[in-house]
Design a protein around this ligand. Structure first.
Ligand SMILES: NC(=O)c1ccc[n+]([C@@H]2O[C@H](COP(=O)([O-])OP(=O)(O)OC[C@H]3O[C@@H](n4cnc5c(N)ncnc54)[C@H](OP(=O)(O)O)[C@@H]3O)[C@@H](O)[C@H]2O)c1
Length: 317
């Protein structure tokens, strides 16, 4: 259940904390999964919700030197969902280490829609997999906010993004968003068309938040020493990989979390540089599907669960 609670104004920020007037909130599948008890950690109500947002600094605590009152900032998930910090709020305290200055030229909604999707895609495709020009990259559930960012990141490094969706109505928009090919279907329908596209080279990487039988179906599509990133569990099914096929081609299977970028300052700095560079070139864009007022957060969650979206859902304050 989502419920709004009136709280007395926030206490002053403690050391290394920043008080932010929140202007926009990026809705992530993790919020929906946490609310419904399907996330990595279970909610213990009453607790807050939300890990991404944008706003304006109202005050800074002792030891905070990077931010000053009045500055526009983006809030990144440098804290646990449902813990001491939460972005579904009109104002909140956040660890200074979880904030980044808002890039020039972005409005608050765009600022709240940028970092989780762009850095999640960059971390796997560029930082870990070193995706190279001409590589085939499978982006499954490509209409998600992370999927759309992954299409742009793959294009930015000269790779060939192949998108998947279950919804034929999304094909034209995925092509317009930069996918070289779009494969439509569930686990039973995608392997043949993907292999027809890649030919014998196969996929260099599969970037998959679905898991279950969908991820299993990707194994025959992988190229020699290809990497399967599992970064979500949209299907909720058990995932059983064919070890013989994995061994025969030296395929790597890895779990992946944005935390692998956020917890390493030098990695975060490289990712920030990539994102800012491509924002400026226009080759990376925060894609907002729809906005809701914060008071309609429940409706925004229902909309996300409908899977009709193509890009980020944002709440505005
Ligand atoms: N590991 C990390 O650090 C990290 C960070 C960010 C996000 N994520 C994960 O990335 C995924 C996308 O997040 P998001 O917030 O960008 O999602 P989103 O905007 O809610 O998009 C989800 C899309 O996935 C597809 N989908 C939903 N359920 C599916 C199912 N059972 N089987 C196949 N496709 C399904 C739908 O597209 P179609 O209807 O077009 O198929 C839907 O539009 C989530 O699993 C999320 O938890 C992980």
């Amino acid at each position: 259940m989502l419920e709004f609670v009136d709280r007395p104004d926030c206490p002053p920020p403690a050391a290394q904390e920043v008080l932010v007037d929140v202007r926009a909130i990026g809705v992530n599948r993790a919020d929906v999964a946490f609310r419904s008890g399907h996330y990595l950690v279970q909610p213990s109500p009453p607790c807050g919700l939300g890990i991404e947002g944008a706003g304006v600094v109202r005050a800074v605590g002792a030891g905070v030197t990077r931010f000053t009152a009045g500055q526009r900032v983006c809030i990144l998930p440098g804290f646990l969902q449902g813990g001491a910090y939460a972005t579904y709020a009109t104002a909140g305290l956040f660890p200074a280490a979880s904030l980044i200055e808002t890039p020039g030229g972005l409005d608050d909604r765009q600022a709240a829609a940028l970092w989780v999707s762009a850095l999640t895609a960059w971390g796997a495709l560029v930082e870990l997999a070193r995706l190279a020009p001409g590589d085939f990259a499978l982006i499954s559930a490509a209409s998600s906010s992370v999927g759309l960012a992954a299409i742009e990141v793959a294009r930015a490094v000269g790779a060939i993004p192949i998108a998947t969706t279950r919804n034929p109505a999304k094909v034209a928009e995925l092509l317009a968003a930069g996918a070289t090919e779009v494969v439509v279907g569930d686990h039973s329908a995608v392997a043949g068309p993907i292999s027809d596209i890649t030919g014998p080279a196969g996929l260099r990487i599969a970037f998959d938040p679905i898991a279950g039988r969908f991820a299993e179906a990707l194994v025959p599509c992988m190229g020699e020493e290809g990497i399967i990133f599992i970064y979500g569990g949209l299907s909720d099914e058990p995932t059983r990989f064919d070890r013989r096929a994995m061994i025969a081609k030296g395929i790597s299977l890895t779990g992946y979390m944005l935390g692998q970028v956020l917890r390493r300052p030098e990695r975060l700095e490289r990712g920030r540089g990539f994102v800012l560079d491509h924002l400026e070139k226009g080759t990376l864009t925060p894609r907002i599907d729809r906005s809701f007022p914060l008071a309609s957060a429940a409706e925004a969650h229902r909309y996300m669960e409908s899977n009709a979206q193509l890009g980020k859902i944002v709440l505005t304050v």
